[in-house]
Design a protein around this ligand. Structure first.
Ligand SMILES: Nc1ncnc2c1ncn2[C@@H]1O[C@H](COP(=O)(O)OP(=O)(O)OP(=O)(O)O)[C@@H](O)[C@H]1O
Ligand SMILES: [Mg+2]
Length: 1030
């Protein structure tokens, strides 16, 4: 099927501007017909979509088709309502331009269907995100809801919109609907109480009767529409047909849709109850019947009124009274006046109409509250105007008058935006132009609305005028004011007036004009409503409105004002047009009535539209925004163009190779003849935009990465710095410690010899350790007892060193002693004795120390041995032991003659021996105890004076005698001697000077000790001079 649709899209021309005979209405209709017969219901006049109602379902609205039209330009695909929707949607999303789609056409031409398709397309196309689905659901819920309450079956249309609807769909910056708003216009409230033949009341009345039994019970409804007067006036109450059954099924489904829609807009149970109670109350109210009661009127039965009262939550009596009486307010007083039957019926109907109108008004408000966008981000709107088309019935009343006035206004807008302004613009912009003639309906608008004598102001005047104003007096007024108006004809006799509308002549019956234009409800009923428990009615009027005696603004003026506002709204948006055409009067598929269509083509102004479009340019834009949008397409203009915007556009067009006749340069705008040209520019721009976006994204990504990288780098640097800082602190600390250690060390070192303190403690210890270690391994420590050397200790070890030195010495001594023989020991003792005797006393002592004492000190004469043997064997007594033998030179006491002798010391005696050959001649022997004294000098000489006491011999008394002799080793001799006698006092050390000698007890000679250059012993007379070396 889809292929078939595609294959056949070339039937006729898709765009009327391609029509050869574009000035012929027949050719125009013919093209429409050809296409219609092939189910091609859409055709363009450039960007205006002509839609012919197919009266049958065509498979061209599915998701696949929506997808096909998404993002495509007009000329690329067959004409379609989706193309219009997509154009508007893209303008809103891509350029943030407010758009409006004006759908116009006669009743039943398919306006509402088109608007639903557009809404579905936008809902389907927009991206899914966040709470969009909820918003879309709410937007889509508007259709079943408003259709139920605002649409009705008419002879023209089974689903005729009985109110005008303008809906804003708010599209957020991200391209999805974020909210919406609905404006309603002039609900046809008469329909609530009266329907023309073949017509029905608003759908909701029939739908509600298909509710669940519980709900019906609650609303006290029977479930049969024929039971309600207000629902069955236009339709014959004939027996049930299969058609009826189908309808009931449809209503049931529709009611289900209504209930879901109420859920979608979050109706509370209370709101839903109030809504349905109001509707049900009207139905019951319609069944209230009056009976004449003389001048007064009474209800045939109170039942229905009571039910109605209970449903809206007011007192039944109050309701009944408001239906049968009217309060007449005179100054402060109020008098109740009885109504007659006719007045009571009017009063009932007014109340019913008011309840319905207020309920509808509340519903619109309530839906708007649910649709209100909560986003604050930038948004643009797509406005959808679905308003009643031009109506011409057999009997046309006040409603048709208003509806047709509305269409006059819309035509004005259409003329304004497409015909007049466009043509004027060409002139202003200096674009060569041949004017196209068209009918400007401004004069009709002026006739209807202009103050003070327009038809509406006159109607208001008549309504307000004191005195007996009637519909006829109004007719008379307009006749007086506009006697020869070319568009107005008065037929007083038939209570009619005719307006020559732009779309054709319409005869209006003036009956009911004043009533319908005037106040809806009298004050009693207004007060009744605000006393209701039903919240919708309770809030229908403010207290002031309820009690005011002044008439509120008239219906026609209200409508006029809201239309004026609508015009302002529409003028501020870029318009897109859908012109709907009803192909026949019988709601039949495949029937194309030339006359019916021809008439609509005429009054929709499509021929003028085509002529202007054909001659003119499809697109225009001021140079600035045009260049701003498309400058990226030429390297000369991108990114900025230095010259004027106009020159920039010329450069751009040249660069894009747009042929000269395809566009024109106006004073301030560029005009592009064909849509396809601008579409190709736009396509190139979209492509370029993506390239740029890719570049920007890449740059941005790069930059973001760089920022991230920089961030990381900075973090690393910071971390490094911190680590470095930390390490540096550690290092500094380490160094500080090292410096302290070194400084302490140096200080300790410097002060290592000072008193022990904290500063040098370590050093002290270390020095001591070092010293001890060194000492332990020192090979140069003294090994002999006599070696006095010792390593110099540090101060800290002075005491210890000394102790150690002593220990070491003791140790050596011990060792020495251990290894020492008895002889050696005796020799050492002698040495010690020598020290005791001579140290410091005799100059030759020091030189004697190193030489060991001998037991025999005789000349190495070969006979010495024999002599000594001789002595041992023959001279000394066996009881005694030889201790010492030494050669000596003995000096006589007279003349001091020197003689060689040998002295022998035994344990008992001192022998003076004279060597003779190999023997000794004993010269003298003295007992050791007889030696009184032994005198030596303090000099270095070896002279000894031995003073002996000669023992008594043969009675001779003992005699003192001094012996003078020289021994080689005087100290050795003396020591041996002292050792034997065991008395050191025997030794006398004398200084330089003379010592007299005793010989046999007499004195006379001397020995004189002295010191000279050379050693010498010289006798000088009686003095033996002993000179020791100095
Ligand atoms: N595109 C379409 N495809 C199929 N049927 C359509 C289409 N357009 C309209 N119709 C049929 O025509 C009927 C009338 O259309 P619609 O209600 O949109 O007319 P309208 O212009 O809104 O009339 P009114 O002014 O009375 O509200 C629809 O109920 C539907 O049956
Ligand atoms: Mg409609």
């Amino acid at each position: 099927m889809e292929n078939a649709f595609q294959d056949r899209h070339a039937v006729g021309v898709e765009d009327f501007v391609l029509l050869d005979d574009y000035k012929s209405r027949e050719a125009f209709s013919d093209n429409l017909k050809k296409r219609f017969q092939e189910d091609l219901i859409y055709t363009y006049i450039r960007d205006v979509l002509i839609s012919v109602n197919p009266y049958k379902q065509l498979p061209i609205y599915d998701a696949g088709h929506m997808e096909r039209y998404r993002g495509q330009n007009f000329y690329e695909l067959p004409p379609h309502v989706f193309a219009i929707a997509d154009t508007a949607y893209r303008a809103v999303v891509q350029e943030y331009r407010d758009e409006c789609i004006l759908i116009s056409g006669e009743s039943g031409s398919g306006k509402t269907e088109a608007s639903k398709k557009i809404l579905q397309y936008i809902a389907q196309t927009s991206k899914r995100a966040g709470n969009v689905e909820e918003v879309k659901e709410k937007l889509l819920a508007c259709n079943p809801l408003f259709e139920a309450f605002g649409n009705a079956t008419t002879i023209r249309n089974d689903n005729s919109s009985r109110f005008g609807k303008y809906m804003d769909i708010e599209v957020g910056v991200e391209g999805f609907p974020i909210g919406g708003h609905v404006l309603d216009y002039l609900l046809e409230r008469t329909r609530v109480v009266h329907q023309a033949s073949g017509e029905r009341n608003f759908h909701i009345f029939y739908q509600i009767l298909q509710a669940e039994p519980a709900m019906l019970l609650k609303l006290k409804l029977t479930g049969k529409w024929k039971d309600y007067v207000y629902l069955s006036q236009g339709i014959m109450k004939n027996s049930k047909t299969s058609h009826e059954e189908g309808l009931e099924k449809k209503w049931k489904e529709e009611f289900r849709a209504v209930l879901s829609a109420l859920d979608a807009v979050n109706f509370t149970d209370e709101e839903r109850n109030d809504l349905f109670s109001s509707v049900a109350a009207i139905m019951h109210l319609g069944n209230v019947q009056f009976a004449d009661n003389g001048d007064t009127v009474k209800l045939q039965s109170n039942n229905e009124a009571s039910v109605a009262a209970s449903l809206v939550g007011c007192s039944a009596d109050d309701l009944i009274q408001s239906l049968t009486h009217r309060g007449v307010h005179a100054r402060q007083d109020k008098v109740l006046a009885h109504l007659n039957k006719e007045q009571a019926v009017t009063s009932r109907d007014s109340l019913a109409k008011a309840i319905y109108a207020k309920t509808f008004e509340w519903l619109v408000k309530r839906v708007n509250a649910a649709l209100a966008s909560r986003e604050t981000s930038r948004s643009a709107v797509i406005g959808l105007l679905d308003i009643y088309g031009f109506e011409v019935f057999e009997h046309n009343g006040f409603e048709q008058y208003c509806i047709n006035y509305c269409n006059e206004k819309l035509q004005q807008l259409f003329i304004e935006l497409t015909l007049r302004s466009e043509q004027e613009e060409y002139v202003v912009e200096n674009i060569p132009w041949e004017p196209v003639e068209y009918f400007d309906n401004q004069t009709i608008c002026t006739l209807i609305e202009a103050k003070p004598y327009g038809l509406i102001p006159l109607l208001d005047d008549e309504c307000l005028r004191p005195g007996k104003a009637t519909d006829m007096t109004y007719l008379e007024k307009i006749r007086e004011r506009h006697p020869n108006h070319p568009h107005l004809v008065i037929r007083r006799d038939q209570r009619q007036f005719m307006i020559r509308h732009y779309a054709g002549d319409v005869i209006y019956n003036v009956d009911g004009f004043l009533d319908k234009n005037g106040e809806l409800l009298h004050r009693d009923q207004r007060e009744l409503l605000v006393r209701c428990n039903n919240m919708i009615l309770k809030n229908a009027f403010t207290d002031q409105e309820a009690t005011s005696l002044k008439r509120s603004t008239s219906t026609a003026t209200q409508f006029k004002q809201s239309l004026a506002q609508l015009m302002v709204i529409l003028k501020n948006k870029d318009p897109l047009y859908i012109r709907c055409i009803r192909p026949n009067d019988v709601k039949a598929a495949r029937v194309f009535s030339d006359s019916v269509v021809g008439h609509q083509v005429k009054y929709l102004g499509l021929m003028e539209n085509l002529r202007v479009r054909r001659a003119g340019y499809a697109y225009r834009r001021s140079y600035e925004p045009f260049l701003r949008r498309y400058k990226s397409l030429s390297p000369t203009t991108w990114p900025t163009y230095k010259g004027s915007a106009r020159e920039g556009v010329v450069v751009l067009m040249k660069h894009l190779a747009i042929p000269h006749d395809e566009y024109a340069m106006g004073k301030t705008k560029v005009f592009v003849r064909l849509p396809r040209t601008i579409f190709s520019i736009e396509d190139a721009f979209q492509k370029r935009k993506h390239e740029l976006a890719t570049k920007i994204i890449a740059l941005w990504k790069g930059r973001r990465q760089r920022i991230i990288y920089e961030g990381i780098r900075q973090n690393i640097i910071m971390a490094q710095a911190q680590v470095r800082g930390f390490l540096a602190t550690l290092e500094a600390e380490r160094r500080r410690k090292a410096v302290k250690t070194i400084r302490d060390f140096i200080r300790g070192f410097i002060q290592r010899h000072a008193e022990l303190s904290d500063v040098n403690r370590k050093f002290w210890i270390q020095t001591r350790i070092n010293f001890l270690q060194r000492l332990a391994r020192d090979p140069s420590l003294p090994k002999s007892v006599r070696d006095k050397s010792w390593p110099k200790p540090p101060l800290s070890m002075a005491e210890t060193s000394e102790l150690l030195r002593k220990v070491h010495l003791k140790n050596r001594v011990l060792k020495y002693c251990k290894n020492c023989s008895a002889e050696r020991k005796a020799a050492m003792e002698e040495k010690i004795r020598a020290e005791d005797l001579f140290k410091g006393k005799k100059a030759s002592y020091p030189s004697s120390v190193p030489q060991m004492f001998l037991a025999v000190r005789v000349s190495p004469d070969p006979l010495s041995g024999s002599r000594l043997l001789n002595f041992e064997q023959t001279i000394r007594q066996p009881t005694e032991k030889t201790v010492y033998v030494t050669d000596c030179a003995k000096f006589d006491r007279r003349g001091f003659k020197q003689r060689d002798r040998t002295i022998a010391l035994t344990t008992k005696n001192l022998y003076f021996l004279e060597p003779y050959k190999d023997t000794f001649v004993k010269k003298k022997v003295y007992r050791l105890q007889d030696v009184e004294r032994m005198t030596v000098s303090s000099n270095k000489d070896g002279v000894v004076i031995v003073s002996v006491l000669d023992s008594e011999q043969s009675g001779k008394p003992a005699m003192k005698e001094d012996w003078v002799f020289h021994v080689a080793s005087v100290i050795e001799f003396v020591v041996k001697f002292v050792g034997l006698v065991g008395n050191s006092h025997v030794l006398e050390i004398i200084p330089n000077g003379k010592r007299s000698l005793t010989a046999n007890g007499s004195n006379g000679t001397f020995v004189e000790f002295g010191v000279g250059q050379t050693e010498a012993i010289l006798p000088v007379k009686k003095v033996l001079q002993v000179v020791a070396a100095g």
